[in-house]
Design a protein around this ligand. Sequence first.
Ligand code: MG
Length: 285
Amino acid sequence: MLKRTLVLGAVCCMMLFGETADAGKIKSKLKGRHRTGLPGQGYEDTLNVPGQPWGVHDKDRPEPWVITPPTASTQAKAGSAPSDATVLFNGTDLSQWQSGNGKDAQWTVKDGYMEVNGTGSIKTRESFGSCQLHVEFASPMEIQGDSQKRGNSGVMIMGLYEIQVLDSYENRSYSDGQAAAIYGQYPPLVNASRAPGQWQVYDIVFEAPSFDEDGVVAKPAHITVFHNGVVVHNRAVSLGQVAHKDPPQWKVHAEKLPLTLQDHGNPVRFRNVWIRPLTGYDSDQ
Ligand code: MG
């Protein structure tokens, strides 16, 4: 108790002399994260949390990184990314993207969005594994075609695991291929689609698969998806790489691979695309 009183006293002194928490900020080696630098509060005499090296309410347990959270988008304006995210598209340029052949991406960039234009799928220059991914898309305002021919694109995580992009607003297709489906494997729990031309959001948590030494899947990918704020997959267990008219299969691949956005011949738009790795929180790395 005495110790805690002293700590509180020190904080009060800092406030009295006009020092802010900023003065002692500890920066991460990664951008957009810091620790307050304020002393930990808690206990030294409690039993451990089961299975963990830390006591219950342990005052020495490392402080979570502080980030600036994202701002929400509106139909008129894209929001901002969290401070520690890798921004893949902020509405102005395709510098983070390349074509399938390794040349610069050629999609149309206009008025804060990028649009599929028949020049082929694009993939990120950087590779990613387990991640949180935020993607906003809009189906073409002008309705053309039906089923899989209307507003088709795709968010291909690691280039291999597709969350379908489709105009599924009053447009029926096969259920495991409609908007927000894990293509060819799981329909979304509900159809939360907005009308053509409206901005829609996928928030995805992707846990990458791992393989044993023989190339057999040891842990399948797990995929959680929110479509326009509604959960449509809750840690769905992937059955393997995306396939069309064939059952999915596992094939061994690297721990990290580029993210792909699909050109399926329809002028689908994207904006406000950002990604955060799911690892690296316990260290400075
Ligand atoms: Mg597709």
